[in-house]
Design a binder for this molecule. Structure first.
Ligand code: UT7
Length: 324
């Protein structure tokens, strides 16, 4: 058995900034409603780059920051719900763009929890000795999945990608503990890009089923119920207390969700990192974008322990204690 080590983080977000006031010109909404209900002020909306290109941009930088070259990467895992194609996978596209010619590559679909699930898979591949250097990316072009006439969803999401490199390391680092769950019974609470049976013998179905459709309240209640339990579970599994944890990095969906989680865990808000004000909800990209930004801002340093916690469509949720 080996252990894994997190060698680097990186992020890439498209240049185009869309502010809340820009959205109030498209749908009946306001900066006041969006900010007070979600904590979001602006988001990046891609004009040209698709998911694989953004993952490749973040991934290339993560590989460089790990002191490796693309040919050193043995496995690429991309977490996304907005892949460029159904096939090839975004991971294979990343392989092509960055020239990681020695890697195996595949995608993971666990919506906004995707990065945690991908990190967990990468960790196992390293721990079993199957692979040594794994590039994990979470990337989304959610803007292409949105109904831009539906104010209840189009104001929430943004585009971007984050990545990290996991390598073989010393016992005790990397992913210290994890807790992953799904509840397919609640699959209807968040769906996107339904691909119906469609052939010459079928009648046409409702085009709107393509777009992100969400029962916001249901997801809100599920997140505030399950995430505190999951955070407590990983903390116990790691045999640590909150004093040992530098930051909790939750999925960046809604600042009110984070406030309720903090209250339930009896922790101050300063323990939680939030940047949804700048990027909105970027689904699988939100946690690696946050971690990359925290490293860039020197908020976290080598040996710091962090809890990451994601939740979203599936339903899926999960947390991990990681060491930088
Ligand atoms: O990434 C993981 C998946 N997603 C999430 O985590 C999202 C979780 N859910 C949420 O963050 C919140 O439920 C939302 C932000 C989506 C909605 O907030 P809410 O406090 O649950 O609002 P609501 O859906 O109950 O809507 C309240 C009112 C409604 O009007 P009425 O029926 O009270 O007259 C909506 O029509 O706000 C209205 N509304 C809006 N008004 C202005 C909904 N969207 C908008 C909007 N601008 N963009």
């Amino acid at each position: 058995m080996y252990d894994s080590k997190i060698a680097s983080f990186a992020k890439y977000v498209p240049e185009n900034i869309v502010k809340n006031d820009d959205l109030s010109k498209i749908v009946e909404t306001s900066d006041e409603w969006i900010f007070s209900r979600t904590g979001i002020k602006e988001r990046r909306i891609s004009i040209s780059e698709n998911t694989s290109q953004m993952c490749a941009n973040a991934g290339k930088l993560a590989v460089e920051r790990a002191g490796l070259s693309p040919s050193d990467i043995n496995l690429i895992i991309v977490a996304t719900m907005s892949s460029d194609f159904s096939t090839p996978s975004s991971a294979c596209m990343v392989q092509k763009i960055i020239g990681a010619k020695n890697a195996a590559a595949f995608d993971i679909g666990a919506a906004c929890s995707g990065f945690i699930f991908a990190l967990s898979a990468a960790d196992k591949f390293i721990k079993t000795g199957a692979f040594e250097n794994v590039l994990v990316a979470g990337g989304e072009t959610l803007s292409k999945m949105l109904d831009w006439s539906d104010r209840s969803t189009c104001v929430l999401f943004g585009d971007g990608a984050g990545a990290c490199v996991l390598t073989r390391g010393n016992i005790g680092g990397g992913i210290i503990a994890e807790d992953l769950h799904s509840d397919g019974e609640k699959a209807d609470a968040l769906t996107s890009f339904f691909k119906p049976v469609n052939n010459a013998f079928c009648e046409n179905l409702d085009e709107k089923l393509k777009y992100v459709k969400m029962d916001g309240r249901e997801i809100f209640n599920f997140a505030t119920r399950k995430v505190p339990l999951s955070i407590n579970t990983v903390l116990q599994k790691a045999n640590l207390s909150f004093d040992d944890i530098k930051y909790i990095v939750p999925h960046q969906a809604n600042s009110r969700i984070v406030e309720i989680i903090a209250r339930k865990l009896k922790l101050p808000m300063e323990k939680f990192f939030m940047n949804m004000d700048k990027y909105g909800n970027t689904s699988a990209a939100s946690i690696p974008i946050a971690l990359s930004e925290m490293v860039e801002q020197k908020l976290i340093n080598e040996k710091d322990k962090i809890i990451v916690s994601g939740f979203g469509g599936g339903l899926t949720w999960g947390s991990a204690v990681i060491q930088i």
